[in-house]
Design a protein around this ligand. Structure first.
Ligand code: ADP
Length: 489
């Protein structure tokens, strides 16, 4: 009967998936099942009667208990509970194992059976996991963006350094605190409401913008993106989120907006001033000019030569001033007028300009050619001014040869690139920008007629239409004026 049950026990042990070793009270090996043979690299026969120390590293070099110690603890509390210890294979390599020791009596003798499981793979996974976790932790700490983790109730379980800077809370203060803790009072309600709405509508990423209030009262504007983390059964396990401090950006935007508004206001004011003053100056000036001319007509033979000369200067001055004021008025009349923007044909505008310029074209024997020009959205009167000014300049600033002028067109991604090329006197590079300013001219008064308003008007027209104007020229070799006009404003 006894023998029978011993046989049965042997059969169970031999077929067990685990490795099983039995030792006697002195720690001498009594049996080794096939699993244990494989695990340690011995055959049972090699180890029969050997002390368990054979399977134990001589000096583990670590704090971990070894196999023989686990068996020695058998008499105390460890019986029945599993322990993690180190074992040694036949080839000398050591490995971690999990062992549960139980006691049994056989023929009146005490034996101890250790059921052993190799846990190297698990250990390795744990080490890799720890290393990964350390790496991610390091990354999160270095991140220039605030990172946090909460549990399912929204209580912080992790915050990185940047988050602490942005929120004004220390790591210790944040741990276990509610996620809404650092939110400024004025935002609290809307943030919580928006959060609840986002959760209810099952949004994947919950985006919000609000303020963090530091304990010292300072507020930081932040954007926050959070996502839910889920257990396998789809219940929420917590939230992970990032927080970016956009205080400076928002401040800069506000300042920029203020400047833009201010600039628009002062531009309008300036335009209004130029318009009103040039308009109102016209009347008294007309009076000065006409009385000077009257003086000249009626008193020329009654006054001496000096007086006549002075009156001539006064008439000239007044006439010039009239021209300048008229130009200023023309310039200040070029304004953005949405209602006058419509589809216009540049080809027709060009033809109208050529009609207006026909006398100077004839006199200068100019040849003007053009690519087929498109239709686009614009202010017809202003575009007409643009074309006519550029063409009349191309004729006016001619060289010794008869003017040859070509209007080119090139389609670009969002609009058109126009060019007006001439073979005239050209412009030195350092004047290429100045000539577009109001009343800027490069020659003495008598040499070429004009006041220096033409290109300033061109520049304003192009700007109003959302384009750009510039010149490319070599002195003495002609100029090409380029301007862009977008298809849509
Ligand atoms: P204005 O012709 O009345 O002087 P603009 O504003 O039209 O005024 O031109 C400014 C200056 O730019 C001109 O005085 C002239 O020196 C120069 N300029 C303009 N167009 C040309 C051109 N096609 N070739 C050479 N110089 C030019």
């Amino acid at each position: 009967m006894l023998r029978e049950s011993e046989e049965q026990l042997r059969a169970v042990v031999a077929n067990a998936a685990d490795s099983i070793i039995t030792v006697d009270e002195l720690g001498n090996i009594n049996s080794l099942n096939p699993g244990a043979e494989k695990l340690f690299g011995y055959r049972e026969a090699d180890l029969m009667g050997e002390n368990i120390q054979v399977l134990t590293p001589s000096s583990s070099g670590s704090d971990e208990a070894s196999l023989d110690q686990a068996f020695q603890m058998k008499e105390q509390t460890h019986l029945g509970s599993s322990q993690e210890v180190l074992g040694q294979r036949r080839d000398g390599t050591t490995f971690p194992l999990d062992m549960t020791v139980s006691e049994m009596l056989l023929h009146g003798q005490r034996f101890f059976t250790g059921v052993i499981r190799d846990i190297s793979t698990r250990r390795q996974m744990e080490t890799t996991l720890r290393a990964n976790e350390a790496r991610f932790h390091q990354l999160a700490e270095m991140s220039p963006i605030g990172i946090y983790l909460t549990d399912a109730h929204g209580l912080y379980v992790y915050t990185n350094q940047r988050w602490q800077q942005i929120s004004g809370l220390t790591f210790e203060d944040s741990l276990g605190a509610k996620w809404t803790n650092a939110i400024a009072r004025q935002d609290y309600e809307s943030v919580v409401n928006a959060w609840q709405t986002a959760i209810a509508s099952q949004q994947d990423i919950i985006k919000q913008e609000f303020h963090f209030q530091h304990p010292d009262g300072e507020q930081r504007t932040v954007t926050s993106h959070a996502i839910g983390l889920y257990w396998e059964d789809k219940t929420i396990s917590g939230y992970v989120g990032i927080v970016d401090d956009i205080t400076l950006r928002r401040k800069a935007e506000a300042i920029q907006q203020r400047y833009a508004t201010e600039l628009e206001r002062s531009n309008k004011e300036l335009e209004q001033f130029a318009y009103v003053s040039s308009h109102d100056l016209q009347e008294p000036l007309r009076m000065v000019a006409s009385y000077c001319r009257l003086l000249q007509r009626r008193y020329a033979d009654k006054l001496d030569q000096d007086a006549n000369e002075f009156i001539t200067y006064a008439v000239e001055g007044a006439t010039r001033m009239q021209v300048l004021i008229n130009d200023l008025l023309a310039y200040s009349r070029v304004r953005r007028k949405e209602r006058t923007m419509k589809q216009v044909s540049c080809q027709q505008i060009l033809e109208r300009s050529l009609v207006n310029l026909q006398q100077s074209i004839r006199e200068s024997q100019a040849t003007i050619t053009s690519d087929p020009l498109p239709a686009l959205m614009g202010d017809e009167t202003q575009l007409h001014q643009l074309f006519q000014n550029l063409l009349s300049n191309a004729i006016k600033y001619r060289g010794d040869e008869a003017p040859r002028i070509h209007i080119g067109i090139e389609q670009q991604e969002n609009g058109w690139l126009f060019s007006v090329r001439d073979n005239g006197i050209g412009i030195a590079p350092h004047y290429h920008e100045r000539i577009f300013q109001i009343f800027q001219r490069l020659h003495e008064r008598g040499k070429y007629p004009g006041t220096g308003i033409g290109l300033a008007i061109c520049s304003k027209v192009v700007e109003i239409h959302g384009g750009r104007i510039w010149v490319d020229s070599i002195e003495g070799k002609g100029s090409t004026f380029f301007f862009t006009l977008p298809k849509v404003h």
